[in-house]
Design a protein around this ligand. Structure first.
Ligand SMILES: C[S@@+](CC[C@H](N)C(=O)[O-])C[C@H]1O[C@@H](n2cnc3c(N)ncnc32)[C@H](O)[C@@H]1O
Length: 288
């Protein structure tokens, strides 16, 4: 729900209004029939999760389900990723240890990270997945202008319906501070299912430890889940899903790059293991 007296509403929104290049945004807005572009990417009869369609994200009314959100996203995000948006996104690329033939960027938004991935691995098949057809339309436009062949899919990242063991590298940038923890965990489990053994997941997001200590930062951008994100631990979620070689690097104090590898020998994800251990020891098990 939109709050009227957050720092975002009172201070940052008017400032962003002043520094944004309104002429360039208007030109972009008028350059295409965005509704038609978004409709072409939309899955018919798509049912959006309640958390997603009923709230504002970073102060944008209607969340991500408007073309205005998609058009203004890059203009706002460049100021939200100090010291420099490209450097921050490149930290994610620097963490890549695999030679990816297929890359999935979950919650790809307007494709800023997805485009960098395709530029770095031109031979790889790169796929961007997002819940907003408007964000996907903007991503597609950017990729076409850059001459990059990327597939854009309108799907829930937590339930892609893609074949298991089909992806070498999964990336998730700036998504988990905007999703309820149960959705974030489901996305990580889906990533584990899709990855080949030895495949890697890399997550770029806000530094959880720092956010825990700077309450005001979690209130700036009118993000409904950033506070609960800051109280959680991405490494634990990767561990629970079955990932190993988990580690986190901090960049410029406010950004966190957390990564993990799907083990070569297939072990059950810890959560599933705990459930089956429980059943094996339970009196409900007919073997007892
Ligand atoms: C802050 S944006 C990040 C976009 C992009 N990854 C980036 O780095 O700029 C969050 C994106 O996650 C998408 N998203 C949120 N929940 C999702 C879900 N369950 N499945 C797929 N995309 C989701 C939103 O539509 C939005 O485009």
């Amino acid at each position: 729900m939109a709050s009227q007296d957050t720092l975002w509403e009172r201070f940052l929104k008017p400032v962003f209004g002043l520094i944004m290049d309104k002429k360039a945004l208007t030109e972009l807005y008028e350059s295409k029939d965005w509704q038609k572009e978004s409709d072409a990417l939309s899955q018919p009869n798509f049912i959006y999760p309640e958390y997603y369609r009923s709230q504002n994200f970073h102060g944008i009314e209607g969340g991500y389900l408007t073309i205005e959100a998609a058009i203004s996203y890059d203009a706002i995000t460049q100021y939200a990723l100090p010291p420099n948006e490209i450097w921050v996104r490149q930290e994610l690329l620097k963490a890549i240890q695999v030679k990816p033939r297929r890359i999935l960027d979950l919650g790809c938004g307007t494709g800023s990270t997805t485009l960098l991935l395709k530029q770095a691995y031109p031979e790889a098949e790169v796929v961007g997945i997002d819940l907003s057809p408007y964000m996907l339309a903007m991503a597609k436009d950017k990729a076409e202008k850059a001459g990059l062949a990327i597939n854009w899919l309108h799907k829930r990242a937590e339930r892609t319906l893609l074949s298991e063991l089909s992806v070498d590298l999964m990336t998730v940038s700036l998504v988990f501070h905007e999703t309820p923890p149960y959705v974030s965990q489901a996305i990580i489990q889906e990533a584990f299912r899709l990855l080949v053994p030895g495949g890697q997941i890399i997550i770029l997001d806000g530094n959880q430890q720092m956010l825990r200590q700077t309450q005001w930062l979690t209130e700036i951008f009118e993000e409904p889940y950033i506070k609960v994100y800051s109280q959680e631990n991405l490494e634990n979620w990767l561990d629970l899903a079955g990932f190993r070689a988990i580690k986190t690097d901090i960049f410029w104090m406010i950004h966190q790059i957390t990564q993990g590898v799907k083990p070569l020998t297939q072990t059950k994800p810890r959560q599933a293991q705990e459930e089956s251990d429980f059943l094996a020891n339970s009196t409900m098990n007919p073997a007892f």
